[in-house]
Ligand binder design. Structure first.
Ligand SMILES: Cc1cc2nc3c(=O)[nH]c(=O)nc-3n(C[C@H](O)[C@H](O)[C@H](O)COP(=O)(O)OP(=O)(O)OC[C@H]3O[C@@H](n4cnc5c(N)ncnc54)[C@H](O)[C@@H]3O)c2cc1C
Length: 434
């Protein structure tokens, strides 16, 4: 006799766990399966876990602001204790530079105003007064250290920056995922680890019937959800669900730098920065370190890889990110030993995720998170559960998209925004900023 569930969720990263939680809360008998040994051990564990609301689309902005309230209200969202303690939201704020690359934030601020998100405009003198360690000259468009003129100012001081107080980071993304696992289990959800799915089985009519694991065991469910992170394309292919997808997902190598921060107590007082003039974002890390990620400028090669076979070592990109950040923080030392993480984004063609059904009845996808959906995992879980429930009840989501009401912001999102069949969204930043 094979086991049977109402829904199998492939993956127990932060988004997979949140989908499991919300379906379990609706009374579904759920099973999250992950080939790794624990929840949040995939790309989630490498996440900088920055919580911010500056997105380039109105829907992306509203969704991120909804997510922010879940992190503020974390204990209530979970509703249970975790023996390991709860993940902590360091709400320090985020400073975003006004640059040519982001249109000096004019359009982006329209979205922030429309959603009612607070912000402060800082001129270069204010940046310097609050962050004396920062150089406020313009260096963009971003270059590589070997390029002529690297490190030379290209046009006097920046036009200023915008400070978003409703922002910060979660210091332990894996713990946050474990927290959600515990909440899902309390709601009746199940998790199984070291369980690799190698086949998605279907009925004679072509509906999802269940999965087969690498050890040959079969588990039945009429609903299977692909939340496989950088493996999402492989899982969509396994399900035969790519035929009507207009947006593809691919695994993209990323390096995050971990260096000592030359400003005392930065880990206690420091804020998040997002700086498209030098194409890097930063956040404080405990032990008074700084994490530096890339904002994916055009001059950097994009390395799409096979998620099961790629070079997990640092490359020249590590140096590039430190050198670029040293333009803004001249006192930043460059250690001889490279530290940080090498991981993968599950990048979609327009850097906006896919939260959708598929052409295979019973098969759903929450993928293409493009390095920017950790913060959105809680509302994404709730939105996916609403979508699955309505489609299983007979709604034709492709023709008449589900409308998802977001309780904290009291806004409704047209879930068709995240469709696999959308045309590429030209408003996207086409970078990790979404
Ligand atoms: C370097 C980096 C920095 C980031 N920084 C931020 C940030 O600052 N802010 C932000 O909001 N987002 C950030 N992100 C993005 C965010 O971390 C991801 O969007 C999020 O963690 C994705 O969660 P997930 O559950 O979809 O995927 P994952 O965490 O990748 O989980 C997918 C799981 O599926 C499992 N799996 C895959 N295939 C199979 C199979 N066949 N059988 C069984 N299990 C399978 C994997 O083992 C994995 O555990 C960052 C990502 C990276 C890589």
């Amino acid at each position: 006799m094979s086991e049977r569930y109402d829904a199998i969720i492939i993956g127990a990263g932060i988004i997979g766990a949140a989908v499991g939680l919300e379906l379990a809360r609706k009374g579904w008998k759920t099973l999250n399966l992950d080939k790794l040994p624990a929840a949040g051990y995939g790309s989630t564990s490498a996440s900088c876990a920055i919580i911010r609301t500056h997105y380039s689309t109105l829907d992306g902005t509203a969704f991120a602001y909804e997510g922010y309230f879940y992190w503020k209200d974390w204990a209530r969202y979970l509703g249970v204790e975790d023996e390991r303690g709860l993940a902590e939201f360091h709400e320090r704020g985020c400073l975003v530079m006004r640059t040519a690359a982001n249109g000096y934030l004019d359009k982006l601020l329209e979205h922030q105003r429309a959603v009612g998100i607070p912000f402060e405009e800082w001129d270069p003198a204010t940046i310097k007064a609050r962050m004396p360690h920062m150089d406020v000259d313009t260096y963009g468009p971003p270059k590589r250290p070997d390029d002529e003129g690297f490190g030379a100012s290209t046009g006097g001081p920046l036009r200023g920056a915008v400070f978003f107080p409703c922002a910060g980071y979660i210091s332990d993304p894996q713990l946050a995922t474990h927290n959600i696992q515990r909440a899902a289990e309390a709601a009746g959800g199940h998790f199984r680890f070291n369980a690799e799915i190698t086949e998605i089985r279907k009925t004679a009519e072509g509906r999802v019937a269940g999965v087969t694991l690498a050890d040959g065991s079969e588990i039945d469910a009429p609903v299977v959800v692909n939340v496989a992170g950088p493996h999402s394309q492989k899982v969509n292919e396994m399900a035969g669900a790519t035929a009507d997808m207009n947006i593809a997902t691919k695994a993209l190598k990323q390096e995050v730098v971990h260096v000592p921060m030359p400003v005392e107590n930065w880990d206690e007082i420091g804020i998040v920065t997002s700086d498209s003039d030098i194409a890097c974002y930063t956040r404080p890390e405990k032990g008074n370190f700084l994490l530096i990620g890339s904002e994916d400028p055009e001059c950097d090669p994009r390395e799409f890889v096979d998620p099961d076979d790629y070079d997990e070592n640092f490359s020249e990109q590590w140096n590039v990110q430190v050198m670029r950040t040293a333009q803004r923080i001249p006192a930043l030392g460059i250690p001889s030993r490279m530290k940080g993480v090498v991981s993968l984004y599950d990048a979609s063609d327009d850097w906006i995720p896919i939260y959708d059904k598929s052409c295979v009845p019973g098969f759903y996808m929450a993928c293409g998170s493009s390095g920017n959906q950790f913060k959105n995992a809680p509302p994404a879980g709730a939105m996916m559960a609403a979508l699955i429930e309505q489609v299983e009840a007979g709604r034709d989501h492709d023709a008449e998209p589900v409308q998802f009401h977001m309780p904290y912001t009291d806004r409704t999102i047209d879930v068709g925004f995240y469709s696999r069949r959308r045309t590429i969204n030209p408003e996207s930043s086409f970078s990790v900023l979404g």
